[in-house]
Design a protein around this ligand. Structure first.
Ligand SMILES: Cc1cc2nc3c(=O)[nH]c(=O)nc-3n(C[C@H](O)[C@H](O)[C@H](O)COP(=O)(O)O)c2cc1C
Length: 356
């Protein structure tokens, strides 16, 4: 693959572990990280992660094969280890020799062991130092550490504090996430001791992203102050773009919320083929692991179904728009190759400017 000659600072352990040219990860975003986006990110020299949490488990193998038709470069699959069908997805990852598996909440010791035995690189995402320590103990090969600026479910520790905190607390390489979009950010992450960056929002706003124009326009127009953290979607803090849906939820009574949650649960069941009993079991497990109330448990299906409205149906008014703060600083939609080259070139120039 042609490309700029890398300074040794950009050729990190993460490149070697994942078999990639640049230490840049495109994260698994529900409805957004499709085979087309994943392959484009991997073909650009980064690595894409397919979002499996919003697919029916027995559809994941076919999506993996689609990625393989579009690229011969390494890629990953991101999934929820405590959701119905996690074993089926694990089987598909192993059978099709996917390079890496991504996961976050409620990691399963048993599934991680199976993945590792098959040589799959295990890449959890963590939002707290204690979670990174636990993830390492469970066998992580590298850890994506997402600071509070990051899109979707998020903690409240900023990337600038969380990343060095995790670098000091664990041995495995750390990849920094939450707020990255350019080469200066990549160099800053390296300075904090990370060995690469992972980006969601920046890759959502690329030409190969499937997000319809009506929705991507909202992201492109957003200012920093338009991105906020709310528990209204599924009971857990989520970083999102402010829109009409958020305003409505903030003013809704508990009966309206309950009805909305039930509707989402039924739609989720239709979309993923999960049986009601499985949904209930996974909701109960989530309740235990996250300390959720009953009402929050019912809201869990809201997130994927409301995101689908925005990301698939192109309705940014009634759908929800998970977003990193960085959306407030992005106003273009480049192709993945152009984006990755620009990041690497800017990182090289920044490193040069710092050392001369
Ligand atoms: C639209 C969108 C959807 C997301 N969906 C998921 C998901 O399904 N699973 C997950 O683990 N993380 C999800 N995330 C979080 C991202 O994978 C990533 O960790 C985060 O976006 C990084 O922060 P950044 O947006 O500042 O780059 C999502 C983020 C966005 C913006």
């Amino acid at each position: 693959m042609k490309g700029p000659r890398l300074s040794s600072a950009l050729r990190t352990q993460v490149c070697d572990i994942l078999g990639i040219r640049y230490p840049i990860i495109q994260t698994g975003m529900g409805w957004v990280a499709t085979p087309e986006l994943v392959a484009a990110a991997s073909n650009a020299g980064a690595i894409g992660f397919l979002a499996a949490a919003t697919l029916a488990p027995d559809a994941v193998a076919a999506e993996i094969l689609k990625v393989k038709q579009l690229t011969d470069r390494p890629f990953g699959v991101n999934f929820l280890m405590d959701a119905p069908g996690a074993e089926i997805i694990t089987d598909a990852i192993i059978q099709h020799r996917v390079r890496a598996a991504g996961y976050n909440r409620a990691p399963s010791r048993e599934l991680i062991e199976r993945l590792k035995q098959a040589g799959v690189v295990c890449v959890p995402t963590c939002g707290a130092i204690k979670h990174a320590v636990k993830a390492e103990r469970l066998g992580a090969d590298l850890i994506i550490v997402q600071g509070g600026e990051g899109g979707g479910h998020t903690g409240n520790v900023p990337t600038s504090l969380l990343v060095p905190g995790c670098v000091d607390a664990v041995e495995v390489p750390i990849v920094a996430a939450g707020g990255f979009r350019d080469g200066r950010g990549l160099v800053a992450a390296l300075a904090f001791g990370a060995q690469g960056i992972a980006m969601g929002t920046r890759f959502l706003l690329t030409r190969e992203s499937p997000v319809p124009e009506r929705t991507s326009e909202r992201y492109l127009r957003a200012e920093l102050a338009d991105v906020l953290v709310t528990p209204e979607i599924d009971g857990l803090p989520q970083r999102v773009l402010r829109n009409e849906l958020i305003a409505k939820l903030e003013h809704a009574g508990s009966a309206t919320r309950l009805l909305r949650a039930l509707r989402s649960a039924l739609q989720y069941r239709r979309a993923t083929g999960a049986a009601l009993s499985e949904l209930l079991r996974s909701g109960l497990a989530m309740r235990r692991s996250e300390g959720l109330t009953r009402a929050q448990m019912l809201m869990a299906a809201n997130a994927p179904m409301l995101a689908r409205k925005a990301m698939l149906d192109g309705d940014p008014v009634n759908g929800y728009l998970p977003s990193g703060s960085v959306a407030g600083m992005i106003d273009d939609r480049p192709g993945c190759a152009e984006l990755v080259e620009a990041i690497v070139n800017e990182a090289e120039q920044t490193l040069k400017a710092l050392t001369h």
